[in-house]
Ligand binder design. Sequence first.
Ligand code: ADP
Ligand code: MG
Length: 384
Amino acid sequence: MTSFQRSIASYEAQFGSKPKWVAHAPGRVNLIGEHIDYNDGFVLPAAIDRRLSIAASPVNHPEILIYSEQEKQQVHFSLDAPLLPSGKWTDYVIGVVEYWRRLETRPVGLKLAIASDVPYGSGLSSSAALEMAFATLIGEVWGLELDPVAKALKCQQVESDFVGMPCGIMDQFVVGLARKDYFLKIDCQSNTHEFIKAGEQFPALLIINSNVKHALTDGGYASRRAQCESALFKLGSASWRSVSMEQLSGSAGKLDEVELRRGRHVISEMHRTLEACERIQASDYQSLGELLYQSHFSLRDDFEVSCPELDWIVNRMQSLGGREGVYGCRITGGGFGGCAVSLVDPEAVKRVIQIIAHDYLEAFGVSAGFFLTQPSAGCALSKL
Ligand code: ADP
Ligand code: MG
């Protein structure tokens, strides 16, 4: 069953009636442009064909009742009381409630059941899928449908200020705006976007889940942001967009060694992302794949957000190389574990999966997960 169908089934089992709507939103994969959304860079994600769905109906008292199939838990919140973060999964939903309540809306109570095919914490952005699906729902029910960009920006505020995860704009943007068969190039300085079509011959997009998550995650992300900010301050620039590689190396005396490397990643990754858009438009998948490897090595060495398991996957994929139909591979998402994104000749996918699955299990004693995906549509609401 799809998450759409499961959300309806969960709703019926929890509340004993039929839902009126299903709001649904995709996870996303970032092809290239990593850790630069919060540095005024460019990113190039696509929505994936795995979705999170929320079945819902109104209730006639001021309360939100939420059930999550993943959490196997039903939680209630009163709309008459202030809503504060609790550090739990419900923050992503009640944060949206809280931020939308501050707008000119007519809050009504709701019963919700959530089901999802977007795994948690694997770099595929289940959090933005949850926020954006719910924001889409209350846009309709509370009578305030924001335009997709405004909605994405508000959900990003929820995640960064209410949930306390200082994320950039990429996840909510692509979850909200994505189109089938397109990557979304986002200019994170101007918050503008452009659709880049994945041509007919575009290779298979194979996601490899390392199924590991290293503890560094939260602090690791925040400290990378802080290092980028302090480096920029020492450079005396307002934005990484205006810092050239020459300027960075010319300022070596002002920055410490770590800041220099962080800056080198930010600037080189911006170039790679722009180059990747051109390579897609030219259907040059060999060079596109090469950019993916370079991005990975930069994230590994200069930004230090990889881990042994993901390095192993990327190296093994690279050693299979063009001969075995592998164009490129890199870690995707925040890092320290999670998934790799790779471009593979469709004919070669089965064999590549067999080899990596076997060798990865042997190397780490953990099974890797694999799934093929394709650029898919953004969040939407279905009336039942
Ligand atoms: P990612 O966005 O990469 O998947 P995050 O740590 O940003 O990882 O967000 C994952 C969190 O989002 C989960 O720990 C949980 O709190 C919340 N979440 C995501 N999907 C669901 C769901 N189906 N039900 C309940 N909470 C969810
Ligand atoms: Mg997230």
